[in-house]
Design a protein around this ligand. Structure first.
Ligand code: PLP
Length: 371
């Protein structure tokens, strides 16, 4: 339908989720986290291949819990890419440590490992690597780097559920991986986050941190400083239905990216990020263009929503003046545009969007000829 406004991203909840919520409410559950939350966690662990998964209230507190479980705090430095959603850097600040911003590599839009190595100081305790849009830097190289310097690896894989590198799920390379289930993610519970790890001690700490530092759930004996980061079974019943749909969604994301790329292959103004079709289902369809604002305005006039890339972290108010040089982040953040990426978009929707992008560039050529 030509007239329907196509938003850049909308969640997709179906009859299965509605039925599951109604059935749960009719069963008189306690609403807070219990059996369904444990089932949801098991599905995440099984799907990613991690030994343990622990769900929490969102993908920001999960980063905070990861840092806390690794014993990071005031006086410590944590390397964070300059191009990420701001929660990555905020979690480091929130724990009292210093986020050390580092530029990204052009190929993946993720942390530049050479520049990260150059930023390591005696105070560095961890690298918080971000799997931006389901892509990641060379994780084997990152692991060697961190081993050589005795650093923790925390993977902010908020945007990477379903994404792998050489067949291995992102989030499982580091000591702890973190996911988000906020509304635009590949699966959603409205809000929500998860931590995965293969380390039983870290898991044990995480479980305590998220539940007031309790020695055991349901007891009022507290053996550590903890918080309330708990989930709810009401969300878990939605999450379980969404997880059942994940494999299909991962395939659809890959198809959507391939369709956009082939439709726009001959439009010279549009550049795609190199993407391995086996491993990466880009969460948002990302392009680099020189005339982002006018393309976005043109698409909006034609009923198509887009979203500009995040500004570099060092340009955001709480981080202004952060030391470092960020030429790649600055250049790419200014050119990046996320195209409509909702999972329910049809091939016809994608063709229509691409047609308007093509028109925009042809119109530009005609104007250039008239000059
Ligand atoms: C890379 C990254 N990290 C962290 C977060 C924060 O997750 P949440 O919104 O669940 O707190 C997001 C959310 O989009 C994200 O994209």
């Amino acid at each position: 339908m030509e007239d329907r406004f196509i938003y850049q991203m909308e969640p997709w909840i179906g009859k299965e989720e509605r039925d599951a919520v109604c059935a749960y409410l009719e069963s008189g559950g306690w609403l807070t986290e219990y059996r369904y939350t444990r089932m949801f966690e098991k599905m995440i662990a099984d799907y990613t291949g991690a030994s343990f998964a622990s769900v929490v209230s969102n993908g920001t507190v999960s980063l905070f819990a990861a840092l806390m479980a690794c014993g990071i705090g005031p006086g410590d430095e944590v390397i964070v890419p300059d191009f990420t959603m701001i929660a990555t850097a905020n979690a480091v600040r929130w724990i009292g440590a210093t986020p050390v911003l580092v530029d990204i590599e052009e190929k993946t839009l993720c942390l530049d490992l050479e520049k990260a190595e150059a930023a390591i100081t005696p105070r560095t305790r961890a690298i918080m690597v971000v799997a931006l849009n389901g892509r990641a830097p060379d994780m084997a190289a990152l692991t060697s780097l961190c081993q050589a310097h005795g650093l923790w690896i925390i993977e902010d894989a908020a945007q990477a559920l379903g994404a792998r590198q050489k067949g291995r799920h992102l989030g499982t390379f580091g000591h702890i991986g973190s996911f988000s289930f906020s509304a635009p993610k590949i699966i959603t519970t409205g809000q929500g986050g998860a931590l995965i790890t293969n380390d039983a001690d870290l898991y044990d700490q995480i479980v305590k941190i998220r539940d007031f530092g309790r020695e055991k759930p349901g007891m009022d004996i507290h053996i550590a400083l903890g918080y309330n980061m708990k989930f709810t079974d009401l969300q878990a019943v939605v999450g379980i239905e969404q997880m059942k749909k994940l494999p299909e969604r991962v395939e659809r994301k890959k198809q959507m990216f391939a369709r956009y790329r082939s439709n726009l292959a001959d439009v010279p103004g549009v550049q795609f990020i190199e993407t391995n079709p086996e491993d990466t289902p880009p969460w948002f369809i990302d392009i680099l263009v020189d005339d982002r604002e006018s393309l976005a305005a043109y698409l909006k006039e034609h009923g198509i929503g887009t979203r500009p890339f995040y500004p570099p972290i060092h340009t955001q108010v709480p981080y202004r003046g952060a030391p470092g040089e960020f030429p790649v982040t600055e250049r790419l953040a200014a050119k990046g545009l996320w195209l409509p990426s909702s999972l329910f978009l049809t091939d016809d929707d994608i063709d229509r969007i691409c047609e308007h992008i093509r028109e925009f560039y042809h119109r530009g050529t005609r104007l250039a000829f008239q000059v």
